[in-house]
Design a protein around this ligand. Structure first.
Ligand code: ATP
Ligand code: MG
Ligand code: MG
Ligand code: MG
Length: 437
């Protein structure tokens, strides 16, 4: 992608109302633009990162047995009357009336709709266990939208829903999502800690929030320090029996403010391991049994021939919130430092003298080689000053910068810089390319 033909509207300064660094950097690096309170347009660079995060979430859902579908953003109010949540949900729900005076709402979550789909087709335990997920825009009319995409009103969520014949099977489904979440966040370079959580308006009795520690986080959290450094289990696990992996983590104290018990924290955690911090909720999983299936009559026939309401759980990831969480965890004075796995481009090729035919030819050759090797390349072919080009490359946080100028070219070398460490190497182009692959 040639920068001169791209759309990358960077800003020298962030607007004064952007209070936290991730929001400031997302605006300055041209990732998003606010269109209304808590409602954002995704500019090309931001969309690239959003899509990569979404893809990691999707792959880990599929690895854990999830099946993707796509439900609409608009839902009928009557469906929510069946579960009793239409009135209970309150002003966070955006309610809409169509031309026929039919009441609709912009979905804040999809328990009712997925239960409706399930009950229309599934009648027997033989189709279970089943886990259906989608990645779709949600709307919640937050009282205080703030911090950019961190607390938007319109936001992208991955929500999965599990269906099982009984509680034991539903707990296995819960464990699969628990492990999938550990792997998902680790792939993005995040340390996300599962914490015992309140179930809120979704309801139910078993629930964990996945929390990324950050000073700017909106939740107060308390946990055993050992949980923060515990490595993710990875994909090579027995997906039918994950209890020991889950137990290893849930045995250590970790709770959000609503669930916190100071006495237990002190009793269960050595003083040096007690961590009181702030955190960002990037995911939330629930087991809620028959809370929706009973009132909505989503029944299945068991092996004994008897009908019973199906056991359900739901599992959310804040896909768009993750951009903010990743930037909070990974930036410096110069700008964003994207982890390789979610970066909008793999490498930016910086042409130090765009009006020099030899330099431009060398740059184009480098771009072609890298693209031939499957790399996503941003080519800065603009006539901006070198200082401005370096500042932009640092700001947008592409993991590698490959700089080509007349002086180096005469000596047969280019400069390769790793954004995260600032380490620079002067080396022949072929060697630089070899290091990038
Ligand atoms: P919060 O406590 O931050 O309001 P929540 O508990 O209401 O979130 P859930 O219903 O658990 O949210 O939704 C699943 C996930 O969706 C959350 O863990 C979070 O990552 C994301 N999410 C929720 N609300 C927002 C929002 N307003 N903007 C961006 N992401 C959100
Ligand atoms: Mg909320
Ligand atoms: Mg919450
Ligand atoms: Mg939650």
């Amino acid at each position: 992608m040639r920068l001169s033909r791209y759309f990358l509207p960077t800003l020298k300064e962030a607007p004064a109302d952007a209070q936290i660094v991730s929001h400031q950097l997302m605006l300055r690096a041209g990732l998003i633009r606010q269109e209304a309170a808590g409602i954002y347009a995704w500019l090309p660079l931001g969309l690239r990162v959003l899509r990569r995060i979404e893809q990691i979430v999707r792959e880990e859902q599929v690895r854990a047995g999830g099946v993707e579908l796509l439900m609409p953003t608009l839902q009928l109010a009557d469906l929510w009357r069946e579960s009793g949540r239409y009135d209970a949900y309150g002003p966070e729900m955006l309610r809409i009336t169509d031309r026929h005076e039919r009441e609709l709402l912009y979905g804040p979550t999809n328990e009712e709709m997925i239960t409706d789909i399930f009950r229309a087709y599934v009648k027997s335990y033989k189709a279970l266990p089943l886990n259906l997920f989608h990645i779709q825009w949600k709307f919640r009319d937050e009282r205080r939208p703030r911090f950019g995409v961190m607390r938007g009103r319109e936001f992208l969520m991955k929500d999965a829903y599990s269906f099982d014949i009984d509680e034991a099977s539903a707990r296995r489904a819960y464990n699969r999502m628990f492990v999938a979440y550990l792997n998902t966040f680790a792939r993005m370079g995040l340390k996300a800690v599962p914490m015992r959580a309140d179930t809120g308006p979704i309801g139910g009795d078993l629930s964990h929030e996945f929390i990324v520690l950050a000073d700017t986080g909106e939740s107060a959290v308390f946990c055993d320090r050992k949980l923060v450094e515990m490595p993710a289990p990875g994909g090579d696990v027995d997906w039918d029996d994950l209890q020991s992996i889950v137990d290893q983590r849930t045995a250590l104290y970790a709770a959000t403010e609503e669930m916190h018990d100071a006495g237990r924290f002190e009793a269960e955690t050595a003083e040096g391991d007690r961590l009181s911090a702030r955190g960002i909720e990037v995911g939330h999983i629930f087991y809620f049994g028959t809370k929706y299936s009973a009132p909505m009559k989503a029944h299945v026939q068991g092996p004994d021939g008897k009908d019973a309401p199906v056991h359900m759980g739901s599992y959310g990831v804040g896909v768009s919130r993750l951009l903010g969480a990743i930037i909070e965890a990974s930036h410096d004075e110069g700008g964003i430092i994207w982890p390789d796995a979610v970066a909008p481009f793999d490498v930016v090729v910086i042409n130090l003298r765009a009006n020099d035919a030899a330099v431009s030819a060398a740059c184009e050759q480098a771009v072609a080689k890298l693209e031939g090797l499957g790399k996503e390349v941003l080519y800065d072919d603009t006539d901006e000053r070198p200082g401005g080009k370096f500042a932009t490359a640092d700001l947008i946080g592409v993991p590698w910068q490959l700089t080509i100028g007349p002086k180096g070219l005469a000596e047969g070398v280019v400069e390769l810089k790793r954004r995260a460490t600032g380490e620079k190497l002067s080396l022949p182009l072929d060697e630089a390319i070899a290091r990038l692959t």
